[in-house]
Design a protein around this ligand. Structure first.
Ligand code: NAD
Length: 355
């Protein structure tokens, strides 16, 4: 691809961002023409969901606080059943990727519009990708019906996200942008978003660790998360996301911390084969040479996990993950070999710097 030989699909959605963005929820519900809304969240965000329902009044017909990580089929079936029971004509998903993922699965079955109110930086709200987990195996698919019709980014809703979770969630977002920069379907438009998204998040995360109530930093992180999520929605992910998918699916490792540990290593693996991505990341991170080392340093400075061992992975599982990650081929800037993956995973497992 030459830079000006590409296709780009703009996604049909509205984004409302800013202080008190949540106050505009009723307007977004009007805009979507909804009358009977089901509010979805994870159990921990129930109180927030109640506040949200209060803003909508009688049009909130149910609060469903049962979202779980990776959307288990049982929890999907329960939410779908409930949506039918209360005759919902739309959903408001409040929370992280788990709540938004559940909203998407209801949307997939009943064609109900979803309005997303994200409270982490995972970025699911910007993508037409759904996920569903059965017997430990997560299936994902793309369907325009699951793309939220509106997204409200209100920084005040993220101040309760502990700094440690904010950092790993932010690194998860950065990973989307990193892989978009060397994606087989990259484009100059997405490159702009990716570079700016990494710049915004890498600058905001240290400020959030210094003061989790810093609304300006929270807003900049959400802006970065939006851009990085849009990158994920527009491109095909490679080695890093496949490895994290294998680690999460096979060993049930925690989603955002796993992304945080693996990202510097996956990027280091690809850097020599992706010079344009390295240049863009260098500009975004303010480093002239080695963005992978820079991300590893950033994670360390911010107190984030840097080894798979500390996330609970056993060393003997490295070979198993290599096999799972090699089972289905995918596009990657550099050839993915068993030997290369083994080396990468051993370094990530033990917490060595990326090489
Ligand atoms: P999550 O939604 O489970 O949230 C992580 C934790 O943070 C939960 O315990 C949650 O209760 C808590 N939390 C959320 N917001 C909070 C807040 N403001 N204050 C305090 N606590 C808060 O996890 P996540 O990392 O946001 O999302 C991960 C899930 O999303 C995974 O299943 C992943 O596969 C999926 N995902 C999907 C896409 C997609 O495009 N389909 C993109 C990214 C992530």
């Amino acid at each position: 691809n030459t830079p000006l030989d590409f296709s780009y699909q703009a996604l049909p959605m509205r984004v409302v961002m800013g202080p008190r963005a949540l106050d505009r929820l009723a307007d977004e519900i009007d805009h979507a023409g909804l009358e009977r809304v089901m509010v979805l969240c994870s159990p921990e965000q129930r109180e927030l969901a109640e506040t949200v329902a209060g803003l909508i009044g009688a049009r909130a017909v149910d609060i469903h606080p049962h979202a779980r990580m990776h959307v288990p089929v049982e929890s999907a079936a329960e939410a779908q059943r409930r949506a039918k029971e209360v005759n919902a004509d739309g959903c408001v998903a409040v929370g992280g990727g788990s709540a938004i993922g559940l909203g998407k699965i209801v949307a997939l079955q009943y064609r109900l519009p979803v309005i997303a109110v994200p409270t982490t930086y995972a970025g699911s709200e910007m993508t037409p990708v759904w996920g569903l987990t059965e017997n430990g195996v997560k299936r994902t698919g793309r369907d325009p019906r699951v793309l939220p019709v509106s997204v409200l980014y209100d920084p005040a809703l993220t101040v309760t996200l502990p700094p440690s979770v904010s950092v790993t969630s932010g690194m998860n977002a950065i990973a989307h942008a990193v892989e978009a920069l060397y994606a087989p379907d990259a484009s100059p438009i997405i490159d702009l978003m990716a570079e700016e998204g990494v710049r915004a998040l890498a600058a905001a995360l240290p400020d959030i660790v210094a003061d989790g109530a810093d609304l300006d930093a929270r807003a900049r992180a959400q802006y970065g998360a939006w851009l990085c999520g849009a990158c994920l929605g527009a491109t095909t992910m490679s080695l890093h996301h496949k490895l994290c998918h294998a680690l999460g699916g096979t060993l049930d490792l925690p989603h955002a911390p796993t992304h945080t540990v693996v990202l510097p290593h996956a990027l280091a693996y690809n850097q020599d084969a992706a010079p344009k991505a390295v240049a863009a990341l260098g500009r975004a991170l303010g480093t002239s040479a080695d963005p992978a080392a820079c991300l590893w340093d950033l994670a360390g400075r911010l107190g984030a996990p840097r080894s798979l061992r500390e996330l609970g992975m056993a060393e003997r599982d490295i070979d198993r993950i290599v096999q799972v990650a090699l089972a289905n081929p995918y596009a990657n800037p550099r050839e993915v070999t068993a030997e290369g993956l083994g080396r990468l995973l051993r370094a990530a497992w033990s917490g060595q710097p990326p090489a």
